[in-house]
Design a protein around this ligand. Structure first.
Ligand code: C2E
Ligand code: MG
Ligand code: MG
Ligand code: MG
Length: 277
């Protein structure tokens, strides 16, 4: 399976290749074991203020170090986890690890919000709110330091239910980010219907914004829209100084991407923060 290539192609590739095969059942068994044995790793990617490179937030990104298949990326096992009912357990693990990481930083004097990706099935689970409350309580993390990232493509069907849940989550003082903004068919509708605090400009726009005038225009419009709606705008997938500078010129201050840092383990992130301050 090809990794780290184009967005759409990869997403279900391993899943569809393995569909209905013994291999798939094997992988499911292994994923179940990996979750139970705490073999999944959570990496953190800094979200920086692009002017100062101050690390303001971090996004939690899960990895599966698989003995035979190597380091598997989430696009290779999140869809599987969703389909076989393991996503709640996986999601809770990531949530707990993330809350703990942010709490540990807070205790060291660093206030770094942690952003956790939530899949729609997880969000719609009736126990989800309680799972969040437990993770916050057990870690000691103040709710205002937690951000939940939802992907627009997947929530369109259940807009009303999603809206109700997000409203309750937000009453807890937790922030909501709309991930991969601009890639779905209904970005604007979601902005109007859902309680959103942050939009994350999808990396597909960021990648070409220094080469393609149309993409730059779209990015400018998204930034303007966000600012005028009182939202925080974050750009993801920033890989070059040039992209960072152009985004900054257009008032997109919060940025995330390989140019600043790849996703790294907690300890490495702590060292990075220590070095910077
Ligand atoms: P996402 O939430 O949009 O996360 C951003 C993805 O872009 C991550 O891929 C990150 O490693 C990658 N990235 C960051 N900077 C750059 C850059 O400069 N250039 C490029 N080309 N890529 C960059 P990753 O870690 O493979 O995750 C893929 C997707 O899997 C995530 O997209 C998210 O939707 C999902 N995911 C990751 N962790 C979790 C999780 O714990 N739970 C759930 N439900 N989904 C997750
Ligand atoms: Mg995300
Ligand atoms: Mg994204
Ligand atoms: Mg994505």
């Amino acid at each position: 399976v090809k990794r780290d290539g184009g967005n759409c192609f990869n997403f279900y590739s391993l899943e569809s290749t393995l569909m209905w095969t013994r291999d798939r059942l094997e992988l499911e068994k292994e994923l179940r074991a990996a979750i139970t044995n705490h073999e999944l790793q959570v990496l953190f990617q800094p979200i920086v203020h692009a002017e100062t490179h101050h690390i303001a937030r971090m996004e939690a990104l899960v990895r599966w170090p698989h003995s035979a298949r190597g380091f598997l990326s989430p696009s290779e096992f999140i869809p599987l986890a969703e389909n076989v009912g393991l996503i709640d357990q996986l999601g809770e693990l990531v949530l707990r690890t993330s809350c703990l990481a942010s709490y540990k930083l807070l205790k060291l004097g660093y206030s770094v919000n942690v952003s956790v990706n939530v899949s729609p099935r997880q969000l719609l689970n009736k126990n989800f709110l309680q799972t969040i409350l437990n993770a916050l309580h057990d870690s000691g993390l103040p709710p205002r330091l937690l951000i939940l990232e939802i992907t627009e493509s997947a929530i369109v069907n259940d807009m009303e239910r999603v809206g109700n849940i997000l409203t309750k989550i937000r009453e807890l003082d937790i922030l909501i980010a709309l991930d991969d903004f601009g890639t779905g068919y209904s970005s604007l509708t979601l902005l109007r219907e859902l309680p959103i605090d942050i939009i994350k400009i999808d990396k597909s726009f960021v990648r070409t914004l220094d080469q393609n005038q149309n993409d730059l225009t779209i990015v400018q419009a998204i930034i303007g829209l966000g600012i005028n709606l009182g939202l925080l705008v974050v750009a993801e997938g920033v890989e070059t100084a040039r992209q960072a500078r152009i985004l900054l010129q257009h008032h997109c201050y919060y940025q995330q991407g390989y140019y600043f840092s790849r996703p790294i383990p907690y300890q490495a992130l702590l060292e990075l923060i220590n070095k910077k301050r």
